[in-house]
Design a protein around this ligand. Structure first.
Ligand code: RUB
Length: 316
């Protein structure tokens, strides 16, 4: 539905859809870098043709996965700063915006890591779910402060992102115990924090993250274990300010059960939602690069950053 796209944009879009590239912050960075590649390569010879191609690239990236708002927020930040009366000025405005965006990502994760680390005491154990670079930044900063940290890592079916978390924590020198998801409640007695990331945060402070986060949070509350969500502000979902809900991605059933096993069972339905919503009352703190917030006050930060509405610069 538009001009041909740079190979890098097609490859990045495919990699996000197939989860070669995954995790909200990583998806945002990859999308911004793809925007930069498209800007560098576009041979459009009029400003209108250049802008049309960039919007088309934005739509291709936007359509890959629906839940992590960091993806549209990356497009908002970069495409929203496209400005100029000629192709070269338009191009350089986009290249400057994408560099500024990826620099911000690095800085935000470092800054929120320091905030999150202040919640972690020497000798603490964290329980993790899925793989979140924002959550791991908190542990890394705590370890950097000389604290000894242990982790109970949920494997996170069906894609087992817990294996990535276990590897990265191990490399930080953290003592790691891997458990199946259904063992979480049993091991909560050994945990001082539940530490997770977020794909989106709604205006009411609800946290959208990997399926299973909400059950973990309810169990943790019952056990008296505080729930910390590490999420840089690109995870704030501006559409929720105007009443929209966050779309939960449904993935293929083959991630849950192999075709032959399914055929052996017979006629059943298989559902594979990738994310769920943890209500704000089960969240103790949202840790961002702008400090720590109780979920109920995140809306103030959201209004400050986005105003009352969110633009969609990838649309025609
Ligand atoms: C990843 C996931 C992560 C968030 C935050 O799901 O739920 O917790 O994306 O990650 P998936 P980060 O594997 O389906 O992409 O802190 O790195 O942005």
């Amino acid at each position: 539905d538009g001009p041909p796209l740079a190979e890098a944009v097609e490859a990045t879009a495919d990699d996000i859809a197939t989860m070669e590239i995954r995790g909200a912050a990583t998806i945002a960075r990859a999308a911004a870098e793809a925007v930069a590649e498209q800007a560098a390569e576009t041979d459009a010879d009029t400003p209108a043709a250049f802008e049309r191609t960039m919007r088309h690239a934005g739509r291709r990236l936007y359509g890959t996965r629906p839940t992590a708002v960091s993806l549209p927020n990356a497009l908002r930040y970069t495409l929203g700063r496209m400005a100029g009366d000629d192709v070269e000025t338009l191009r350089s405005s986009l290249l400057a915006a994408t560099t500024a965006f990826t620099d911000r990502l690095d800085r935000a994760q470092r800054d929120l890591g320091r905030v999150g680390a202040n919640r972690i005491r020497d000798g603490d154990t964290v329980m993790t779910h899925c793989h979140s670079t924002d959550a791991l930044a908190c542990v890394e900063a705590a370890v950097g402060q000389g604290k000894e940290v242990s982790a109970i890592v949920k494997e996170t079916r069906p894609r087992n992102q817990g294996h990535i978390t276990a590897t990265e924590l191990r490399e930080m020198g953290v003592d790691v115990t891997l458990v199946v998801d259904s063992a979480a409640r049993r091991y909560l007695d050994d945990a001082d924090h539940v530490l997770v990331g977020a794909d989106s945060i709604a205006a009411d402070g609800g946290v959208v993250n990997k399926i299973g986060t909400s059950g973990l949070a309810v169990n943790a509350r019952e056990r008296g274990v505080p729930i910390m969500v590490a999420a840089q502000t690109i995870k704030l979902h501006p559409d929720t300010l105007t009443g929209h809900t966050v779309e939960i991605e449904m993935r293929d059933e083959s991630e849950v059960i192999a075709d032959d096993a399914r055929a052996d069972i017979g006629d059943i339905a298989v559902e594979n939602p990738a994310f769920d919503v943890t209500p704000p009352r089960y969240v103790d703190a949202i840790v961002t690069e702008s400090g720590q917030f109780p979920p109920e006050s995140i809306v103030t930060l959201m209004r400050e950053l986005f105003g009352e509405s969110a633009d969609r610069p990838w649309e025609e």
